[in-house]
Structure formats: C-alpha cells, structure tokens
Design a protein around this ligand. Structure first.
Ligand SMILES: *[C@@H]1O[C@H](CO)[C@@H](O)[C@H](O)[C@H]1NC(C)=O
Ligand SMILES: *[C@@H]1O[C@H](CO)[C@@H](O)[C@H](O)[C@H]1NC(C)=O
Ligand SMILES: *[C@@H]1O[C@H](CO)[C@@H](O)[C@H](O)[C@H]1NC(C)=O
Ligand SMILES: *[C@@H]1O[C@H](CO)[C@@H](O)[C@H](O)[C@H]1NC(C)=O
Ligand SMILES: *[C@@H]1O[C@H](CO)[C@@H](O)[C@H](O)[C@H]1NC(C)=O
Ligand SMILES: *[C@@H]1O[C@H](CO)[C@@H](O)[C@H](O)[C@H]1NC(C)=O
Ligand SMILES: *[C@@H]1O[C@H](CO)[C@@H](O)[C@H](O)[C@H]1NC(C)=O
Length: 634
C-alpha cells in the first residue's frame, strides 16, 4: 500500500453498550474456540465458506458493511500469516483474533470475531476488520507471536472479575474522548505499553513523529503521561463501545469502538507543552473504527494495549450496535416559506441552506419537524459534520466551479460546486427537498480532495490509491453548458429515471453502445477528461482514459437526486462495486482491494441525448450502501 506514513499512523483516533453475555448451553471451550478460528481462516483463504458451521441467517460484516458470506474478502484472501493473537470467551460464546492475511498478494492486518449461537455449535455472527497497512502486517509477521504476557493463564483467585475488566477498559475510552490533560488516568498500569498496527508507540525513544503529527516526544512517554498531555483531545466522541470478547482466564478484553473526530478541534497540545496546528487529515469530519485489545492486571490496571483501526464513513453505526438507533429526524423550526415554491424560490432556499451551513447555524432555516440530514450516505444530526467544518462555498455566477439546479415539480433543488474545510477542498453535491413550505430533506455528498502528502496527507486512512486521484488540483471551470437552458428540441427522450438507468447500465456493462450519448459528448472523472468520446470511454475503461472503472461490476443504489428540465440536467448518484476479484493486468497489486465507489454524476441532456457528464468518485468500504438507498429497499 502506498500510504506509508511511517510509524504510529494508526494512533490518531456516549452511549455505552456492554457486550451481551448470553449464557451458553453448549460449551465450546478455549481449544474449541481456537479451533473454530483456525477453521474460519482456512475456509477464508480457500474461498469456501461452505465448510463452516453457520446458522442460516449468519450475519457477515466487513469493515462495517453487511455482505453475503463468501463475497468481499472471501474472493481475494490469499494466505494466512503466522501472527495470531486469539481471545477466547467461552461464557459469551465468542472468540476473536488479531492476525494477518494476504489480499491479492499484499499483507494486511485482519481481525475477526465469531459469535456462536445458543447451542454453542454454529456461528451466528462474523465481524471482520481489515486494516490495509502492509507495513503493520509485515511487523506482525516479524514478531511472529504476541508478547508472552498476553497468553499467561491467571489463577481464578487472582483474576479481576469480568465486569471490572469491562468497566476498567471503558475508562480508557472515557479518558480519550475529548482527552482532558487534567483527567485522572490512574487506570493505567505504570508499566503500560501500547501497540498500534504492530508498532510500539509508548516508552520508545526513536525521535520519530507520531501519527499524522510532528510530535517527536509523544512516543517516548508512557500510557498515562500521554493522556496527561491532552494530545488525544481531537477525538470528539467514542460511541458504540462494545466489549464482546472477555478472556477472563488471560485477563484480556477485545473491544470494538467507533471514534468520531468532528473536525472542530483545531490545535493539538504537544508533549513539550506547546500547541501545534492539527494535521490536515483532521480538517474534515472522520470516523474510525478501532479493534483494541487490553490486558489488565492488579487492581484492574491497563497493562498492555494492542490496537488497529480503519476508517468508515463519518457518523456510521456498526451493524452490531445494539443501543438506540440513530435518531434521523431533526427538530423543526417555526419558520415557513410563503406561497408555492417555484424555481426561483427553490434556488433561494438552496442558497439559504448553504449560508446556514457556512454560518454553522441550521436553526435559521424553515425546517419541517423530522427533517433529515445526511452526509455521504449517513444520517447525522443537523449541526454535525459539514455544519461545523464548512469554510467556503463557490458561488454560481461568481466563481468558476459552481452551479444550481431545480425541479419545481418535486420541490427539489441541488447545488454542485467547490467547497473548502480549513485547507481541504471538496466538491459538494447538495440536494434539498421542500414540501408544504418547509425543508424536509438535506442531502450532502462531499468528495474531499485526498492527497498523499507528508505525514499521511489527507487520504482516507488505509484506503488504496485510485488510478485517478483528485488531490484538490484545479478542476477549471465547470462547463457552462450545465447552467445554460437545454438545447432546442426534446429534452429527455426517456423519463429521467430511464435515462439514468441507461447511463448506469452502460457503466455496469462497460459498454457505451446502448447509452444515448450525443456525438460530441464529453465526460470527466475527478476532473480528468482523456481524449475518448463518452461511448468509447465506457468501452475502454479497462485501459483508458484513467482506468477508474476497469475492475468494477455492479452499479447499484442508483438514484436521481434532481432532474432540472429547464437546464436539461440530471444529478444522479450510484454505488459502483469493485470487488477486485479478477486478475486484470496491468492493475497494480496495491489497487486490488475490494472497493465501492460512490459516484455523483452531473448529466447534461439535450434533444434526448447525453452531451456532457461531470463525475466525481468517492472511495467507500466494499459493499457500502447509502442510508437513502437502504430506505428505498424497505
Ligand atoms: C483517581 O482515580 C482513582 C480511582 O478511581 C482514585 O482512587 C484516586 O483517588 C483518583 N485520584 C485523584 C487525584 O482524584
Ligand atoms: C514542541 O514540539 C513541536 C512538535 O510537536 C515542535 O514543532 C516544537 O518546535 C517544539 N517546541 C519546543 C519549544 O521544543
Ligand atoms: C509539520 O512540519 C512540516 C514541516 O515543517 C510543516 O509543513 C507541517 O505544516 C507541520 N504539520 C503540522 C500538523 O504541524
Ligand atoms: C464537536 O466536538 C466539539 C469538541 O469536542 C464539541 O464541543 C461539539 O459539541 C461537537 N459537535 C457536535 C455536533 O457534536
Ligand atoms: C431559460 O428558459 C426559461 C423558460 O423555459 C426562460 O424563462 C429563461 O429566460 C431562459 N434563460 C435563458 C438564459 O435563456
Ligand atoms: C433532435 O433529434 C432528432 C433525432 O432524434 C432530430 O430529428 C431533430 O432534428 C433534433 N432537433 C434539433 C433541434 O436538433
Ligand atoms: C489519446 O491519448 C492517448 C494517451 O494520452 C494518446 O496515446 C493518443 O494518441 C491520443 N489519441 C488522440 C486521438 O489524440
């Protein structure tokens, strides 16, 4: 993987739900659980789940995405590694392991948790985290096995009780959330050490900077002293804390949590007492999922910590979260829009939403009771996400790259243009829906620039590089045709829905033949155009112009966001799966991980044919589905 940021990259990252502790009738003891992990990994690299004892409705999850068992990693896993750190919990019928596998030939850290059903014989839950850090995987392989203190059996008389193991572990997360330099961190053992992606990041004086920061002292400190700097205060929330695997005999807990960084914390206290600006990676809201093991001793002190993490879309919940569902409906305001809302009114409301985003203040808007807000496919509260980080929005008619669209027949309007959060540029597709004088839906898709700069740049943690990255380099002018009225003649030869499907069908089939492209049609992905016609681009996606779609299969969750009949523009979005499961030369190995692209597309139609397409690509974990798409299915 190209994201080589040196040591400690992983380190940068409330309702509490305790791991459910069902009583088990069938007893699968430690050796039975360890054998199950072995069988699981053997089946995985054999690409054959059929040998596993699973319940008919087994839930299989990969980096937070629910997938059919046998897909995703099951098609690309190559071989298992040597390092295997297993946690066994016969009481709850769960087992978890931190190990390594290869994925299309590249090493990756792999964490899997299995839950047995009540008879203790069949697997009912499979939760996996794939942390695509080849350096970390190589380090684990070099270590070969966990430090021996993890594997020692503790006599029953000397054991810290199960509930205390969990409550003491939880203190780690409460301490890290908005990390207060004056907090009480006495829950750390004085000899505590932490590994992050196999790298020791405590009590080690290498002079290397830590994570995305320039702090060269942090790693020389112990666990408690690190928390006493307040450095980790940029983690604004740690939600959905689960402690599913409690290995009482070895006094260890395997926890899985979700760490939000809402982008509002702008300074990091350094280990030397000065304040430093936060790295650009944290300019924008981020959510990281952490699988973290703790070894406790004495009066419940944290003695060893072993963590790995990966990034998921901001605000996303784990499919295993058992607490209250995310409350998707916001509070309404008393304000309303007078009279019917035509094009001019819709465009005005759109501008007011953008202004409110910039002012970080949604309450000025005419919001309907239960108004919903989503960011990149996740429902989050109004006021969160872009509502706190947006700094600049390009203005249509003033700036080069910005446009507005409206569809009075459905009460929808959309913005497409450049944004900036701190130093990070993005392309925002924003849709609003107005119904009976109030805004009922606001949907934002922001494709942020991802650059491979110093200290990890701003690239989504541990995602593979794309064949064509948008690193915030100039997109030039948005083709003015998008803002002009449709050309003469019919606009859509097909309904907008049918038009969208013809377009996405072509993308799925890798063939422009049945897509109604105009002869002079031009099309861009992440600002790159190439010199092929629109139809030839689809035919030639294996080689040109940029290879973005060379390994993609299904184009699903297709949605028209806004269809502007006057301008002849359809704004649509879909999820494009790239399972990376075929041997396709000349794809570099580092690009061959299962991915899903979220692709907002601005499609200009004139006289029944597609004349222009402006498309952006956002990388998502494989199998990602937008909350709106899920809703459409139910
Ligand atoms: C810190 O917490 C521990 C455990 O709860 C407690 O015994 C100790 O008195 C606290 N220290 C301070 C300075 O409050
Ligand atoms: C403190 O540490 C920061 C890095 O975190 C470094 O840039 C700065 O120069 C240091 N200041 C002093 C006074 O050592
Ligand atoms: C780290 O140091 C480099 C080089 O001095 C500087 O360009 C960068 O802005 C610094 N990053 C942070 C987050 O302070
Ligand atoms: C974002 O984090 C800051 C700092 O922790 C907090 O004050 C603020 O309430 C958070 N915003 C939201 C929407 O939760
Ligand atoms: C676009 O068309 C609308 C009506 O169809 C008309 O009112 C408007 O003036 C036209 N705009 C331009 C720039 O031609
Ligand atoms: C629109 O397209 C049709 C063929 O589909 C053609 O006959 C007609 O002349 C076109 N109209 C204009 C105004 O270009
Ligand atoms: C299109 O671009 C490719 C690669 O840049 C180049 O080899 C080819 O000659 C170009 N074709 C035309 C017709 O300009």
């Amino acid at each position: 993987m190209k994201v080589n940021t040196g040591k400690g990259l992983a380190a940068f990252w409330a309702v509490m739900t305790l791991g459910s502790t069902h009583a088990r009738s069938g007893d699968c003891d430690r050796s039975c659980l360890e054998a199950l992990i072995s069988d699981y990994l053997t089946a995985l690299v054999a690409h054959d789940p059929s040998s596993l004892p699973t319940t008919p409705d087994v839930k299989y999850v990969e980096n937070n995405q629910v997938l059919p068992l046998g897909t995703g990693e099951w098609l690309v896993a190559g071989s298992t590694g040597k390092y295997r750190h297993t946690f066994s919990d016969p009481e709850s019928g769960q087992v978890g392991t931190i190990t390594t596998i290869t994925e299309n030939g590249v090493g990756t850290i792999y964490i899997v948790r299995l839950q047995l059903d009540d008879d203790g014989r069949r697997i009912s839950e499979i939760e996996t985290q794939i942390t695509r850090d080849a350096d970390g995987a190589a380090l684990y392989e070099k270590m070969g096995e966990p430090e021996s203190v993890w594997l020692q059996a503790v006599t029953p008389e000397q054991r810290i009780p199960r509930a205390t193991l969990i409550s003491q572990t939880n203190k780690y997360y409460s301490g890290m959330e908005r990390n207060d330099p004056n907090g009480n961190y006495s829950f750390f053992d004085t000899d505590c050490n932490r590994l992050e992606d196999a790298v020791q990041t405590t009590n080690i004086d290498t002079g290397d900077p830590y994570g995305h920061s320039n702090d060269t002292v942090f790693e020389s400190l112990g666990c408690e002293a690190q928390f006493q700097t307040g450095f980790l205060g940029f983690v604004t929330k740690i939600r959905e804390r689960r402690f599913p695997v409690v290995d009482e005999e070895r006094q260890a807990v395997l926890a899985i949590t979700t760490l939000d960084h809402n982008g509002t914390v702008r300074e990091l206290p350094s280990a030397n007492g000065t304040s430093q600006p936060i790295p650009a990676y944290f300019d924008v809201p981020r959510t990281l999922q952490a699988a973290e093991a703790f070894r406790l001793r004495g009066q419940g002190k944290l003695w060893r910590i072993e963590m790995t993490l990966t990034e998921v879309p901001y605000g996303m919940s784990s499919p295993f979260h058992e607490g209250a569902p995310v409350d998707v409906g916001g509070e309404g305001t008393e304000k309303t829009i007078d009279g019917p809302c035509g094009r001019a009114c819709l465009e005005k409301e759109l501008d007011r939403v953008l202004d409110a985003l910039l002012a970080h203040h949604p309450a000025t808007l005419p919001l309907a009771e239960g108004v919903r807000y989503s960011e990149n496919g996740q429902f989050i509260p109004l006021g969160d996400g872009l509502w706190e980080t947006l700094g600049d929005v390009a203005v249509p008619g003033v700036n080069d790259y910005a446009a507005r669209f409206a569809d009075p027949s459905t009460g929808t309007a959309a913005y497409w243009g450049l944004t900036r959060e701190q130093t990070t540029p993005g392309v925002l597709a924003l849709r609003i829906k107005v119904d009976r004088g109030q805004i009922t839906e606001i949907e934002a898709i922001d494709v942020r620039a991802e650059s491979t700069g110093a200290r990890g740049g701003t690239m989504t943690l541990l995602r593979p590089p794309l064949p064509i990255e948008w690193e915030g380099n100039s997109l030039g002018k948005l083709d003015p045709a998008f803002q002009q009225n449709k050309t003469a003649g019919r606009m859509y030869r097909f309904s907008t829905n049918k038009l969208m499907h013809k377009y996405f069908d072509g993308m799925q089939r890798h063939s422009g033949r049945r897509v109604p492209f105009a002869p002079g049609c031009t099309r861009r992905d992440n600002g790159a155009r190439g010199n092929l016609t629109c139809a030839a681009q689809m035919e030639g996606w294996g080689v040109a112009p940029n290879g973005l779609y060379r390994d993609t299969t299904v184009v699903r969750d297709r949605r028209v966001l806004v269809a502007d009949a006057e301008r002849g523009v359809v704004l649509a979005v879909a999820m494009v799966d790239g399972p990376a499961a075929r041997e396709l030369a000349p794809v570099p190995e580092t690009e061959r991980v299962p991915s899903t692209f979220m692709v907002p597309q601005l499609i200009k139609v004139g006289n029944g044919t597609i004349e222009r397409v402006e498309g952006m690509v956002k990388w998502m974990p494989f199998g990602y589905t937008s909350a709106w798409g899920l809703e459409g299915r139910s």
